[in-house]
Design a protein around this ligand. Structure first.
Ligand SMILES: C[S@@+](CC[C@H](N)C(=O)[O-])C[C@H]1O[C@@H](n2cnc3c(N)ncnc32)[C@H](O)[C@@H]1O
Length: 217
């Protein structure tokens, strides 16, 4: 595993309690709609795949045989430890990399598919992250995403704004009110499919969700 990037100082991406809780919740959610959605989304992944913010490695088992290799970027050491235990669930080689989406230590145009699931809510700079994902994806490559986004109804959106700060504390930096679907439509990507839905079960504060495919132009 690559060297830590944070020297002796506190790692701002380390959330031990959230990583522990997320590991349990993600496994439970996997048995419901989320597991089926992950499988459907990742069915079209191919070639060399970059997974951003891999968390506890819940996606690993869903990669289809046409995927040759997965590079899984994850900046939280507690998440990375859990993901490392799940590498064996993948049918191909998985390399875990300690890095952030804003600054990927990866070559331009070196991936066929990039996968952010439930992560663009947590990165510090979504625009820069999307531009990094575009940089490492080859032209014509696919971005497969599944994210929760800002509510379409004004009442809920207002609560998402009000509760943004406390939610970030309990949710490992997650913002409930990001316009992630709209952001993916620009930044060198052309949206090909976009479905908006309420994932069940999920807390109302982190609804609705978007799932889809964007192509690098
Ligand atoms: C809610 S978890 C989702 C994990 C996984 N993608 C999934 O689908 O279950 C969000 C993940 O994003 C990671 N993350 C937070 N900030 C990040 C950043 N700047 N770059 C990459 N990953 C980040 C967190 O460490 C965490 O593992």
């Amino acid at each position: 595993m690559p060297r830590a990037r944070h020297g002796e100082g506190r790692n701002p991406h380390a959330h031990p309690w959230f990583a522990c809780l997320y590991g349990v919740l993600a496994r439970v959610a996997e048995k419901g709609e989320l597991g089926a959605r992950r499988r459907a989304l990742l069915a079209s992944a191919e070639g060399r795949v970059l997974e951003l913010g891999a968390g506890t490695g819940e996606n690993f088992k869903h990669y289809p045989p046409q995927v040759t290799e997965v590079v899984a970027v994850e900046p939280d050491p507690h998440m990375r430890r859990q993901a490392a235990r799940r590498i064996g669930e993948a049918a191909m080689a998985v390399e875990l990399v300690d890095a952030t989406g804003e600054d990927l230590p990866l070559e331009p145009s070196s991936f066929d598919t990039v996968v952010p699931t439930l992560v663009l809510c947590s990165v510090d700079d979504p625009e820069r992250t999307l531009s990094e994902l575009r940089r490492v994806l080859r032209p014509g490559g696919q971005l497969l995403f599944l994210e929760h986004v800002r509510a379409r109804t004004e009442g809920l959106a207002r609560w998402q704004d009000r509760l943004e700060r406390p939610w970030m504390v309990v949710g490992g930096g997650c913002r409930p009110n990001r316009e992630t679907g709209d952001a993916i439509g620009g930044n060198g990507f052309r949206l090909r499919d976009l479905e908006t839905f309420d994932l069940r079960p999920s807390l109302p504060l982190v609804r609705p969700h978007v799932q889809g495919v964007a192509v690098a132009v």
